[in-house]
Every structure is written in C-alpha cells, then in structure tokens.
Design a protein around this ligand. Structure first.
Ligand SMILES: NC(=O)c1ccc[n+]([C@@H]2O[C@H](COP(=O)([O-])OP(=O)(O)OC[C@H]3O[C@@H](n4cnc5c(N)ncnc54)[C@H](OP(=O)(O)O)[C@@H]3O)[C@@H](O)[C@H]2O)c1
Length: 386
C-alpha cells in the first residue's frame, strides 16, 4: 500500500524537496493534494507530474490563471481558506505542513482535528499558538513529526522512555550569512545579501530569519513546546559547518547528536518514511575530509532577535504570538526594501513593548493577537519610530 501524502505549500523549498523524495520512491508514495499561494505555473507542472486528486491556490488571480491553463478535468481545483478542510476530506496518511508563516496555522489545525499525522515544517504555527497545537495533537491522537533539521535531529535521538533523564537540548545554528560580518557593517546589508545562506537553500522568509537569527529564536520556542523542555534547559550553539543538527544531553553525561550533510531531504525523508527509513541520494558525510567541527556561543548583541525570542518565552502568554507576527511583517518590509536589516529587531521589540500581553486559550485568540500585532507592527513602521 502506498502512503498517501498531502503537501500544504508544495511550490516552496520544502514542498519541492518533499516531491523530490516522492519522485525517487514512486512505489511508496501517492500524492493526494498540493497547494500554493500564487505560483500557479509551478503548481500546474507538479499537478501534471504527480497527478494529485485535488489542488488549492490561495491567491484569487492565480487561481483563475490556473483554471484557464488546466486541461485535466478530473482534477479538483479550489481557492480560499476553507479549501484546507475540503482537501482533508480526501483520504490522507501524512500531511506535510510547508506553508510559510502563520498562514500555515489553519491547515495544521484542520489536519490535527482529523487526527492526521503531520510532518511539521511550518514552525510559525507552533510558535504563534503556544501549547494549543500540541494539545490538539494529544486530544486527537495525531503525531507531529518535526521537519526542521534541529528538531528532527532531537526527535531522532530523544529517548522518550527516559525523557525525565534529559538534562539539556543543544540547538545548533549556522550563524547565517553574516557570521563573519562586524555589527557596524550590518547597517546597509541588502535583502539579496541577507538571503544568501552559506549552507542551506531555503525560502526567502526563513533565509532572512537565519540572517537575523530570529530563526533560532523561533526554533527555541518550537523546541520548548514540541519537547516540553523549559528554555533554561535549551542551549543555542553556533556551529558554522551545519553538520551536527542538534543534540540531547542526558543526566549521565551522554550527549547524543544527529549528523548529516545540510540537505533538508534527510529530515523530510525521515518524516515521510516514519517509523521506517527510506533510501535517498543525499550526499554522504566524509568525516576524514571534514576533519574538524567548530562551535561557539552566539553574540546576543549582534543577534538581538534571538534575545527577543528568549524574552518572549520569559513573558509567556501571547508574547511569542506577537513576536512572530511582528517579525513576519518586518521581514516582509525588509524584503520590499522599506526598512533596513537592523530595523527588523527594532520593529519586533517595539511591537512587543507596545502590546498588552493576554492569555491564549483558543485558535480564535491566536488569530486576533496575530492580526492586532501585524497592524501594530505596520503602524510602527509607518511612523518610523523603531
Ligand atoms: N526551506 C527550508 O530549508 C526550511 C527548513 C526548516 C523549516 N522550514 C520551514 O518550512 C516552512 C516553509 O519554508 P520554505 O522555505 O519552503 O518557504 P517557501 O519556499 O517560501 O515556500 C512557502 C510555501 O507556502 C506557500 N504560501 C506562502 N504563503 C501562503 C499563504 N498565505 N497561503 C497559502 N500558501 C502560502 C507558498 O506558495 P507560493 O510558492 O505560491 O508562494 C509556498 O508553497 C517555513 O515555516 C519554514 O520556516 C523551511
């Protein structure tokens, strides 16, 4: 029996890598549904090759263009937020959640409510919803398999029978494209320079998050919720080679790490095959060629976004939701060249400082806080007071 896969965000970096693994294993996987925001041409190409039963395009104009070009009368084509519910009416074994940003929250919630297993790339849905997503998974007996390489690494080496014997999680970070750049030189970096990640090929938003190290901040929050470990027991270590993807330290002094070349197809294939393993053509590590691996502490003055993520966890309640929303707005404005690179942290900090912190008790609360924080971040940018 082939495993039935639905991919939310199939046209992005994670979505395409997932389809690459599926293409290498046609006897093991069947594509049920694919979705995109605007990239109707790539979606059309994917639909022709993988023959899903249903696709959805979020953007209205792109949806109409897709309809005009599509000649497959058996393909169901949807548009709009409600389409995620309809997509999940089709029989699916695993949902790859690969939409970027908090836009990925509702599809994740829909899948969890149906008790489906999720390969979770969309870290923002965990960050913005606090422990709600984890509770939903528990209530509905749905499995969350982390795709983020760090969390996937921890998942692989975490001995769940001895969870109380874990003393620390160590999240590794590449340090991004500006690792060797002095703070003073960061003032005028361009989106093009910030997107150039030294080790990973990724979508624009996560690439900018890696350059500011907000990505590690989001991952810190993700790790707290996902593994139920307090932030004081999670260390972030810069490891520029991106070979060790993260580690778990136990009370007896053992530290277990997962290693591999920096290629997202490894964690993706883990989640697709779970609880088994499948073969991939990912390049193998040659340890004697690598020779040495290096590690050092991040400089929180250089990476204030990481400090803001720590602060938001400390504040708790809606603070991580606010942090995430403000960051999404600030990154988008930086990509549009409306604000400077160093202003991303300024906008996030000011949004956090000027927001009232509230409890998050429902997905409705998350959506409200997310919207209010976006409005506030936009007005802070408009006023230039950051
Ligand atoms: N890339 C990586 O190596 C990596 C590693 C770890 C974790 N992640 C996480 O995985 C997620 C996806 O990252 P990515 O790098 O693959 O991003 P990406 O390349 O920008 O792709 C994002 C996908 O989401 C779709 N999308 C964007 N906004 C949407 C909206 N409002 N409604 C519906 N669909 C929308 C995009 O459609 P269009 O193509 O039509 O715009 C695309 O299919 C992020 O949460 C990221 O943090 C990524």
């Amino acid at each position: 029996m082939k495993k039935k896969i639905t991919i939310f965000g199939s046209t992005g970096s994670i979505g395409q890598s997932t389809l690459d693994i599926i293409k290498q294993n046609p006897d093991k996987y069947e594509v049920i549904a694919l979705t995109a925001n605007k990239n109707y041409l790539r979606l059309l190409e994917q639909a022709k090759f993988f023959k899903p039963k249903i696709v959805s395009i979020n953007d209205n104009a792109s949806y109409k263009k897709f309809i005009d070009l599509n000649s497959n009368k058996n393909l169901k084509v949807l548009n709009g937020l409600n389409s995620y519910e309809e997509i999940l009416d089709f029989n699916t074994d695993l949902v790859m959640a690969a939409i970027t940003g908090s836009a990925g929250l509702l599809p994740v919630v829909s899948a969890l409510k149906k008790g489906l297993s999720i390969a979770l790339a969309n870290k923002e849905s965990l960050v913005c919803s606090g422990s709600l997503v984890i509770s939903l998974a528990k209530i509905n007996n749905a499995k969350i398999l982390p795709v983020d390489s760090e969390h996937n690494a921890i998942y692989q080496v975490l001995d769940s029978k001895n969870k109380s014997k874990i003393s620390r999680l160590i999240l590794t970070a590449s340090g991004g494209p500006f690792l060797k750049t002095k703070i003073g030189e960061l003032k005028n970096v361009t989106p093009r320079e910030a997107i150039k990640h030294p080790n990973w090929s990724m979508g624009k938003k996560i690439s900018i998050d890696s350059a500011t190290m907000m990505n590690k901040g989001l991952e810190l929050i993700e790790a707290c919720y996902l593994f139920g470990i307090h932030q004081k027991n999670i260390d972030v270590v810069i490891h520029p080679e991106s070979i060790i993807h993260s580690c778990v330290e136990y009370m007896d002094g053992s530290m277990l790490a997962q290693m591999g070349t920096p290629d997202m197809r490894t964690p993706i294939s883990f989640t697709l095959a779970y609880p088994e393993r499948i073969k991939t053509d990912v390049q193998r590590l040659n340890l004697s060629e690598i020779k040495k691996l290096t590690f050092f502490e991040p400089d929180l003055n250089k990476y204030p976004c990481l400090q803001l993520a720590y602060n938001s966890l400390e504040i708790g309640k809606s603070a991580p939701t606010i942090l995430n929303a403000a960051n999404e707005v600030a990154v988008q404005r930086f990509l549009e060249k409306k604000i400077k690179f160093l202003s991303i942290a300024g906008v996030v900090e000011k949004t956090l400082n000027n927001s009232s912190i509230s409890s998050i008790n429902s997905i409705k609360d998350v959506i409200e806080v997310d919207k209010d924080s976006r409005d506030l971040a936009n007005s802070i940018i408009k006023s230039g007071s950051y």
